[in-house]
Design a protein around this ligand. Sequence first.
Ligand SMILES: Nc1ncnc2c1ncn2[C@@H]1O[C@H](COP(=O)(O)OP(=O)(O)OP(=O)(O)O)[C@@H](O)[C@H]1O
Length: 283
Amino acid sequence: MITLKDISFRYKKKAPLFENLNLTLQPGFIYGLLGKNGAGKSSLLKQLCGLLYPNSGECNVFGYRAADRNPEMLQDICLVPEEFSLPALSIATFVKTNAVFYAKFSHNQMQAYLAEFELDETAKLSTLSYGQKKKFLISFALATNARLLILDEPTNGLDIPSKSQFRKIMAAALDEEKIIIISTHQVRDLENLIDNILVLEQGKIIFNQSIAAISERLTFEYNLAGVPDAEIIYAEELQGRKAGIVANLTGYETRVDLELMFNGIVKDAGKINERFATYKYEV
Ligand SMILES: Nc1ncnc2c1ncn2[C@@H]1O[C@H](COP(=O)(O)OP(=O)(O)OP(=O)(O)O)[C@@H](O)[C@H]1O
């Protein structure tokens, strides 16, 4: 389990980014971390890896204080950052030199992921395209079998077939011990993959709900013509029609439209959260 307890953090000479931030992440789930530019997503993820230290409060990862960067904890964390530079080594040499830091690294899995993404292990990392480098890093991260996998914008640079391969591979990699956090602006790429949405805004978690809870409570409509305004929780123009979110009063669960969901939360998180606070009294 991961717990952030009363985390406060500021970059030097800047206003506080996090103030008394609290968050718990449970194994067995894929979390989608969403937020506008500058919301604090990368800074939050760095707290989990012990790459940034809180000014007060504590970030605890699998029983270790993240800031201590205990080697036992670090071999159970793998971060694929949004920006990276890779050395002029072949894939095989990189794997050989870096796999040793991860006690549960599986060379068989690494081979399988490389095959899935059509990567040749004799290829030099520095000569790969951006998308191929990304696929290599995702393969390596999964093969570490680290319990905490953090992927910052993993689908950036992936072509369309690779995006669906990515979704398939991630879903298969999840087990009851793992916590996977995917931070992205490409919300459509997370559809049918994430279990829980976390939305960060100006250093605050403004929304934290499971996809199951969302589809139980909300319905996503693509033609709101005729629906009384009072019943609409969020609306936007979509291809000449009014699309949006209404309360789910039927009991049937429908697909969660992550883009509408995110836009609705950013517009008025209070109104959406209200639906979660009042739900139990209506059914
Ligand atoms: N090294 C740094 N020094 C000072 N301020 C920083 C530093 N890194 C980030 N910030 C500031 O902290 C805030 C949060 O940045 P962060 O990179 O965590 O946001 P983000 O949600 O990941 O953004 P994006 O979606 O654009 O990647 C921003 O206001 C940013 O300017």
